[in-house]
Design a protein around this ligand. Structure first.
Ligand SMILES: CC(=O)N[C@H]1[C@@H](OP(=O)(O)OP(=O)(O)OC[C@H]2O[C@@H](n3ccc(=O)[nH]c3=O)[C@H](O)[C@@H]2O)O[C@H](CO)[C@@H](O)[C@@H]1O
Ligand SMILES: C=C(OP(=O)(O)O)C(=O)O
Length: 438
């Protein structure tokens, strides 16, 4: 049996400073982009997490030279790419484990004229369609084929030609894919209704430093003038904004004083403001965020006195990946909030575990949950539970750290997908947590 569970003894305030890891979702994009050139690309601040390590293995399998220069810093050289790797069982297995593998498609299509992909993995949080990716690539001239029996996607193109694209939804990885095809396409491409999350902006910046011509970075209209080849680059990942939000939630729930160092506050959009709406005090000093120990926090109401709603939206709206953290945070707040998870259909079901721990939550439907904050009148109680997805997993971990007594969280490889050495870092803040068989 593997050590796939955490044992947590909760109820202890933590204290200290944390440096956020590099952003998981940015890492998955820029790693795929290394395939766009035969010249060396060096990327630093890569987090040591399951999803990144799996993608590194996929790149190595494709023949990319992957050289670790220092912890978190790697040099990539995609000089001789081996497309026969697509036919291997290793490729099928590893590519279907992570969501990020979907972004291998466009760079391979753009540089070698073909790509295959099994149904990519990632969180099981409801339907996650890929239509936007493929209709975008088709508009640039690719021929697309889906084999339903094998759940396998294939694309081919002898040449890609720039076009005007109105994306049918704002997709983060979809935008990244089409963008990576467009940079090497002939002529001008416009991507309207593009996603503009910091992950996508960072990918654009790295592509520009490789020689791509992109304007409109940070907006929902990207204009790309294709070039015939791209060169090498050096790129550093932003701190992971979802991890930053997770630590803010952790500090408030456990009444701890924590400092998040080098948080790139300028890149966090409305994330800090949303925590402030939940009553969490934040102090900004330079690029650090200090969360003072707070006995209680009170959820604000809207100006007219009506109940607060927190809902997700494409950037610059509030990221769906922090909705579970907001929900758990609300369980101990003073006041009530409606959590409205608009994007994903199965991301709120973990509330059952919080209810078992003593939280007051009404799951209205798969997208909405009303939380009636306990206002610290009762502490949550430790229980045994299983982590359904990465963010629910961390939310349950936060709940367990704030709860009275012992909790066991199973299925923690879900958390390890996106949080580097989370138990070690929590221990250094004073948490009682260890890995056990599960
Ligand atoms: C590896 C990676 O980067 N994963 C992130 C990426 O996933 P990913 O790129 O897979 O997610 P998409 O942006 O494509 O869309 C997410 C889901 O929301 C739906 N949708 C999308 C836009 C919209 O306005 N309304 C709507 O309902 C889509 O149909 C899809 O089911 O972006 C998601 C949305 O920020 C994040 O949760 C994931 O962590
Ligand atoms: C949903 C997430 O990841 P993925 O898209 O890799 O499943 C996430 O990071 O919250």
């Amino acid at each position: 049996m593997s050590l796939d569970a955490f044992e947590v003894i909760g109820g202890k305030p933590l204290s200290g400073a944390v440096v956020p890891q590099g952003a998981k979702n940015e890492a998955l994009q820029v790693l795929c982009a290394t395939l766009l050139t035969e010249e060396p690309v060096t990327i630093s601040n890569l987090p040591d997490i399951l999803d990144v390590n799996r993608l590194l293995e996929l790149l190595a399998g494709l023949g990319v030279s992957v050289e670790r220069l220092a912890p978190g810093t790697y040099r990539f050289e995609a000089k001789s790419v081996d497309l026969s790797f697509f036919q291997t069982e290793a490729f099928r297995r590893d590519a279907s484990r992570i969501r990020g593998s979907v972004m291998l498609i466009a760079p391979l299509l753009a540089r070698f004229g073909q790509a295959f992909l099994p149904q990519p993995g990632g969180d099981k949080i409801g339907r996650r369609r890929l239509d936007t990716h493929f209709t975008g690539l088709q508009a640039l001239g690719a021929v697309f084929n889906y084999e339903p029996e094998q759940r396998q996607y294939a694309v081919k193109a002898s040449r890609l030609k720039g076009a005007y694209l109105l994306m049918d939804e704002i997709s983060v990885t979809g935008t990244a894919n089409v963008l990576m095809a467009a940079v090497l396409a002939e002529g001008v491409t416009q991507i309207y209704n593009a996603a503009c999350e910091p992950y996508v902006q960072q990918l654009c910046r790295m592509l520009v430093s490789m020689g791509a011509k992109i304007s409109g970075i940070g907006s929902n209209l990207l204009t790309i003038e294709g070039v015939s080849r791209l060169g090498g680059a050096t790129h550093r990942l932003l701190p992971d904004m979802i991890e930053i939000g997770s630590f803010i939630g952790l500090a408030a729930m456990t009444q701890s004083e924590l400092t998040i160092k080098d948080a790139r506050i300028d890149q966090l959009g409305i994330i800090p403001r949303m925590f402030e709406r939940m009553g969490v005090k934040l102090e900004f000093s330079g690029d650090d965020i200090r969360i003072p120990a707070q006995e209680e926090y009170e959820i604000q109401t809207f100006i007219d006195g009506s109940i607060m709603t927190i809902y997700d939206a494409p950037w610059p709206g509030f990221t769906p990946d922090l909705m579970s953290i907001m929900l758990v945070l609300a369980t101990q707040a003073k006041g009530s909030v409606l959590i409205h998870q608009k994007m994903f259909e199965s991301r709120l079901f973990f509330v059952d575990k919080l209810i078992d721990m003593g939280a007051q939550i009404i799951l209205c439907d798969p997208h909405r949950a009303t939380v009636i904050g306990l206002g610290r009148k009762h502490q949550l109680r430790g229980i045994s539970m299983s982590s359904p997805d990465i963010r629910a997993g961390v939310s349950l971990l936060i709940a367990a750290l704030s709860a009275n007594g012992r909790s066991v969280i199973h299925n923690i490889h879900q958390i390890d997908r996106g949080y580097e050495n989370i138990d070690g870092r929590l221990r250094s803040l004073g948490a009682e947590i260890r890995r056990i068989e599960g």
